[in-house]
Design a protein around this ligand. Structure first.
Ligand code: GRG
Length: 298
């Protein structure tokens, strides 16, 4: 796939998601207006939309109708938006800048940020429950379960808990990997599997390959995030750069050094590509997305 074709597709999906999220979120003027404003502030106008892109690309593998993938992708993105709002709170990562703008608790207040995060999370599950998104009811229930597990104590929230507990101590490479499989990887995996679940059912071997791809991309995403935190500027990232080392956090860069962290990201990109081999052309977009995740500069 040419870079131009991929960029055009990415722009289309990002614009489509902006429209979908705007439509699916409560209107800002509807009471309680301050809460709805804060939710919209958190979820709209910003972000790379990596998880929706993965859901759409995975939907191509199973020939999923795009209007179904759109809703499923919005659900995953809302969980992501909630996690960023809560992560930025003073009791967690305590940050003032996200997606190039003041964080939600700075723009509104802490209570509004907690509530906006809560309501974004529950809206995600409402979206997965209120329309037919999969061919079979059982497959749709499976989607709900996948998202719940990815966001919960054995997924993102658990990873965040490990991260907070580990601040100031040095993690080994396996400990770091365990943390990120949960904190970042679980939701990325869910985006891929939920996007695919909007289409025709996959056989067990193909699903296993898709899962292998999702896990490799999820980890690669975090390795690259750590490299960018060390190398890129705050202006480029739209969030405070260099924060991990200032907070005494173990990262792929602190544990491996920049060169080996970059080599690991490349290795994971290779693994993601290899996982797609059996899917042929149906996996082309996912392959290009693995490249985007690893080669991105922001
Ligand atoms: C509060 C339950 C809870 C979890 C928070 C995901 C997370 C756990 C915190 C986010 C903090 C962080 C910077 C994690 C590193 C990887 C990551 C998720 C980066 C942000 O995701 P992007 O780059 O963000 O996809 P955009 O803004 O592009 O959507």
């Amino acid at each position: 796939m040419s870079d131009a074709a991929f960029d055009a597709w990415m722009g289309e999906v990002q614009a489509r998601m902006e429209g979908a999220l705007s439509r699916l979120l409560p209107a800002a003027h509807v009471a309680p207006a301050r809460l709805h404003e804060a939710m919209r502030y958190a979820a709209l106008e910003g972000g790379k939309r990596v998880r929706p892109l993965l859901a759409f690309a995975a939907g191509e593998v199973t020939r999923a109708p795009s209007e179904k993938v759109e809703i499923a992708a919005a659900a995953v993105e809302l969980i992501h938006a909630y996690s960023l709002v809560h992560d930025d709170l003073p009791c967690m990562d305590d940050d003032v800048l996200r997606r190039g703008k003041p964080t939600v608790h700075v723009e509104y207040d802490e209570a509004s940020a907690v509530l906006a995060g809560d309501a974004l999370q529950t809206l995600a599950f409402q979206l997965l429950a209120e329309q037919r998104l999969a061919d079979e009811p059982r497959a749709q229930l499976e989607m709900v379960k996948l998202l719940a597990i990815a966001a919960a104590s054995r997924g993102m929230a658990g990873g965040q808990s490990i991260d907070l507990a580990a601040t100031g101590s040095t993690l080994t490479l396996p400990e770091l990997e365990f943390m990120h499989i949960h904190k970042t990887g679980a939701l990325i995996r869910a985006a891929v599997l939920i996007g695919a679940a909007c289409g025709s059912a996959l056989g067990a071997p193909e699903r296993a390959q898709l899962d292998r791809y999702a896990k490799a991309v999820g980890l690669a995403f975090q390795v690259v995030d750590d490299v960018l935190d060390a190398e890129a500027s705050t202006a480029t990232l739209g969030k405070t750069a260099g924060k991990d080392s200032r907070q005494g956090k173990s990262t792929y860069v602190s544990v491996l050094g920049i060169a080996r962290a970059k080599a690991l990201a490349e290795e994971l990109r290779g693994d993601a590509h290899a996982a797609l081999e059996s899917l042929g052309e149906r996996g082309a977009r996912l392959m290009a997305l693995a490249d985007f995740v690893v080669l991105r500069k922001f």
